[in-house]
Design a protein around this ligand. Structure first.
Ligand SMILES: Nc1nc2c(ncn2[C@@H]2O[C@H](COP(=O)(O)OP(=O)(O)OP(=O)(O)O)[C@@H](O)[C@H]2O)c(=O)[nH]1
Length: 621
């Protein structure tokens, strides 16, 4: 029940009760008052009767008492007056008139006990107040009773019965009570009306506040409460309006700013507050995501996390993450449908050799095939039965497209997925600098671990690589071999043809070496014209064959130099881990010893390390 109704019902009950109580009290008071005045009246009449009868006795006109009593009965407010003769008087003067004998038990009781009786009896013409008042013998005054009555003082001589009509008094009392009740009722009614009017602004304000607050909960803060007065109710309206203006202004600003951060401008439909909260949550999550990927070890972990975000948070099971290899102008599929380094599945293979064929890469803009079907001709729907569409988002790194994230969406979920794009874009924006940083770091690390001239790994790389290499080898209980290579008489090249020619020879050798070993083997430019090759999972026996192949290849290679063609030879030492020594650097040393042996034995040779070589040459190390 509303407060307005509740208040009015409460006050109606209160006022109704008041009217009833007041009416009842009035009736009771009137009754008491009328009985009191009737009694007083009866006692006056009784006193008059006593005086009249005494006078009649003295004057000898007692026989005319009926006329006296009849005259008395004509006095206004008296219906009848009767004298009842007591036993003592009857005994002395006889029974008297017929109507002077006790008429009922009340008369007898009064005569017996000498105590007055007052009561109201209902008669045909209405209620009557009946008073039976005894009169007793007394010696006081002159004349007095004992002058005529032969009785003792205090004897009940008789009683005076007086009937006083109450009908009119009752009517007047009811009328007065009705007037009072009606007046109170009218006043109560007026008070209720006034209360209703007083409550109206409060109720209107409460209703308006309720509407405004409901609108605010639905995200609209434009509602205002009408100010009906300048009292507390008006103040409530004013305060609510101020609060709404404050919220409107600040939440709109927050929404706009957050929208700017999200690259999304709020639509007018929908709950702006909920939309803003969702955007803020998304920004916070994206920021947490950024923190997580910053701590990732390499960019592949970042790509994987990005893929997990797409599949776990946004329920995309079909998607591709491409990295743009800008130096080679091609796209590399990194994560496809949650799988690392899977083949390209949702685009024409063309993009793998020409990154410019990818529209997102070429334009640096979102490619939204949901709104513009067929926008990118490179998309290939690999779905077997279901139809798919796609949205591609570029990740801009240092002003160019570094990656492209492609979301492949079943056609019936396309509209829903489209709404997620701004949220995913936030993640991608956060990811971009992290990926860029990781890419740079990897590039830096790579370049610090490579020899700039030959492109082979350098000695530093070998130092870093030793621990995981040995650990893996021990875990697999395998062996690997080390070739230590050195060009023969290389100094002569520099001396005869110059340093540039020497560099050219070194590059040619690096090229031969790269082509002679497996990609899992490791090529290191160990010193000036000294190279190390780690042949994984290869025994010394096999390594000797590889070394021999390299030696022969070098020997037969003609290196063109300005004005001449050069042919060089190479010496190679071979050692095996852990057969020759159980530490990596010791095996390197033994390979070097074997190389020394090859040089000693005339160069252009391959020598396998044997312990006796160490004994012979060990001193010089
Ligand atoms: N052009 C060029 N020469 C280099 C480079 N690094 C080292 N050298 C030269 O390689 C030569 C090595 O000569 P030596 O150590 O005397 O050996 P060698 O002449 O090859 O003779 P043996 O090894 O005993 O057959 C030196 O002249 C170095 O200056 C380089 O990066 N470029």
């Amino acid at each position: 029940m509303r407060l307005h109704t509740k208040t009015l019902v409460f006050f109606s009950i209160l006022m109704g009760s008041l009217v009833l109580v007041l009416g009842a009290i009035s009736l009771y008071s009137f009754q008491r008052f009328s009985l009191y005045t009737a009694e007083r009246h009866a006692r006056s009449v009784a006193d008059s009767v006593k005086v009249g009868l005494t006078e009649s006795m003295v004057n000898g006109t007692i026989g005319k008492r009926p006329q006296f009593l009849d005259r008395l009965a004509t006095v206004p407010g008296v219906e009848s007056v009767r004298v009842v003769r007591g036993p003592a008087v009857t005994q002395q003067f006889g029974p008297g008139f017929a109507n002077e004998r006790p008429a009922d038990a009340s008369d007898i009781r009064v005569l017996t006990h000498g105590e007055a009786i007052f009561n109201v009896v209902e008669k045909k013409n209405g209620p009557v107040f009946r008073a039976i008042i005894p009169y007793t013998a007394t010696s006081q005054g002159l004349p007095h009773c004992l002058q005529c009555h032969a009785v003792n003082e205090g004897t009940v001589l008789g009683a005076i019965s007086i009937d006083i009509p109450q009908g009119e008094v009752k009517r007047q009392a009811i009328f007065a009570t009705a007037i009072i009740s009606l007046s109170v009722f009218l006043v109560a009614l007026l008070m209720l009306l006034a209360l209703g009017r007083l409550l109206r602004p409060l109720m209107d304000t409460a209703d308006a506040v309720s509407h405004v607050v409901n609108d605010a909960v639905r995200g609209s803060f434009s509602g205002r409460v009408k100010q009906h007065s300048s009292d507390e109710v008006g103040e409530i309206a004013g305060n609510v309006n101020r609060l709404m203006e404050f919220l409107d202004e600040h939440l709109t600003t927050i929404g706009r700013r957050v929208g700017d951060l999200m690259g999304q401008h709020q639509q007018s439909a929908g709950n702006q507050l909920v939309a803003t909260t969702e955007m803020v949550e998304s920004l916070v999550e994206a920021s947490q995501f950024k923190q997580a990927i910053e701590e990732d070890q390499n960019k592949h972990e970042v790509y994987m996390r990005l893929g997990n975000m797409l599949s776990e948070k946004y329920d995309f099971s079909l998607f591709s993450i491409y990295e743009v290899a800008s130096s080679k102008n091609r796209m590399l599929p990194i994560v496809v449908d949650g799988e690392m380094n899977a083949p390209c599945r949702w685009c024409d293979q063309q993009i793998l050799i020409d990154a410019g064929a990818c529209r997102a890469k070429r334009t640096g803009h979102e490619v939204n095939a949901v709104d513009f079907p067929g926008l990118c001709t490179m998309f290939r729907d690999d779905g077997k039965e279901e139809k798919h569409t796609h949205i591609c988002l570029p990740i801009i790194q240092s002003g160019t497209v570094g990656c492209v994230v492609q979301m492949v969406i079943p056609a019936d979920q396309a509209q829903l997925a489209r709404l997620l794009v701004p949220y995913i874009a936030v993640y991608l924006r956060e990811t971009a600098p992290v990926l860029e940083g990781k890419r740079l770091m990897e590039h830096l690390k790579e370049s610090s671990l490579r020899d700039a001239m030959t492109g082979l790994y350098n000695r530093r790389f070998l130092e870093e690589y030793v621990t995981p290499l040995v650990a893996t080898n021990q875990r697999r209980q395998s062996v690997f071999s080390i070739l230590m290579l050195d060009l023969d008489y290389f100094k002569q090249v520099n001396d005869t043809f110059g340093h540039e020619a020497g560099d050219k020879v070194l590059k040619a050798l690096a090229d031969i070496l790269q082509k002679s070993v497996r990609s899992s083997d490791m090529l290191v430019r160990y010193g000036g014209e000294e190279f190390v090759i780690v042949l994984v999972d290869t025994s010394a026996e096999m390594a000797l064959q590889v070394a021999e192949k390299i030696r022969a290849k070098v020997e037969e290679t003609k290196i063109p130099l300005p004005g001449t063609v050069l042919q060089k030879t190479i010496s190679i030492g071979v050692a095996e881990f852990p057969t020759d020594a159980d530490t990596f650097w010791q095996v390197i040393k033994y390979a070097d010893v074997a190389l020394y042996e090859a040089k000693s034995r005339g160069r252009n040779r391959v020598e396998r390390f044997t312990p006796d070589m160490w004994k012979e040459t060990g001193e010089s190390y």
